[in-house]
Design a protein around this ligand. Structure first.
Ligand SMILES: [Zn+2]
Length: 273
């Protein structure tokens, strides 16, 4: 007996998503043509301890996604393919298959995260000023606080999801794949304006987030979203784990209720009519 739709939704929500190295537009075409299968076939199952390989199923799942269009962020419900590993004994794992730019459990696409974080750590805007650059479904400024903390801590290798590719491994794999050297650029000191932080811990993660974006520009110069491009390239490295990071606050706290890691304030506010 196959799982019912609700059971499937539950299983797919729990399992880590597979991210492909193709754009949302290409993904949509291939989904419509039924030609996504070869991109998924025989990839290793990302569930820890599972040595099985994946295959695309005929099932689809729906999820929310926020994409940028210029300086405006738009929320969409999108349909994604579902893959399943071939492990036997009722232990099969179900995974959503995502286009480049989306990540497991996050509504905002990497492009959005990169664009807003960049306004703050590179262009020296305040949290409120940085989110104010964008309209539509722009994140709340406390969300941006978490994004910077999460990216910075990811770059400092202090905090990353278990099923993710650590930043050190991303650097090493990028080197092996012949991408431009990024580590030396990441290590260059970045000055963060003192009015942007109130603790050394916060300054450190902001500088690390800025260093990460600078390294990304070395890896993928002349594209609008170099970090998203880097993450997308990494999705094509044929590794088990995708690039993932938590969104967490650190150092100087902004007091507010937070959800579980990875979903911190990631739901955009409802569209106004
Ligand atoms: Zn599996």
């Amino acid at each position: 007996m196959g799982p019912g739709e609700n059971t499937l939704a539950l299983l797919v929500n729990k399992a880590i998503s597979i991210v492909l190295s193709i754009s949302y537009a290409t993904y949509g075409e291939r989904l419509a043509q039924g030609t996504l299968g070869p991109l998924v076939a025989d990839r290793p199952c990302p569930v820890r301890g599972c040595r099985s390989r994946l295959a695309l199923t005929g099932k689809k799942a729906e999820r929310g996604a926020v994409f940028p269009e210029g300086r405006s962020f738009h929320y969409d419900r999108i349909v994604v393919a579902v893959a399943r590993c071939r492990a036997s004994g009722g232990k099969r794992h179900w995974h959503r298959v995502l286009p480049a730019g989306l990540s497991h459990g996050k509504v905002f696409a990497v492009f959005c995260v990169e664009a807003v974080v960049s306004e703050c750590v590179r262009k020296n805007r305040s949290l409120r000023g940085a989110v104010g650059v964008f309209d539509g479904e722009a994140p709340h400024y406390t969300t941006l606080h978490g994004w910077i903390g999460g990216l910075g801590r990811y770059a400092l290798m202090r905090d990353a999801p278990e099923e993710g590719l650590p930043f050190g491994a991303l650097l090493a794999q990028s080197r092996r794949q012949g991408l431009p050297e990024a580590e030396a650029i990441f290590r260059k000191p970045v000055r963060i304006s003192p009015e942007r932080y109130r603790s050394e811990a916060r300054r450190e993660v902001m500088a690390a987030a800025a260093g990460l974006l600078a390294a990304a520009r070395a890896v993928a110069p002349r594209v609008p979203f170099p970090f998203a491009a880097w993450v997308s390239r990494a999705a094509g490295f044929d590794l088990v784990a995708p690039v993932r990071w938590w969104a967490r606050t650190d150092g100087t706290r902004i007091r507010h209720r937070v959800g579980p890691p990875g979903t911190l304030h990631s739901r955009p506010k409802a569209r106004s009519p």
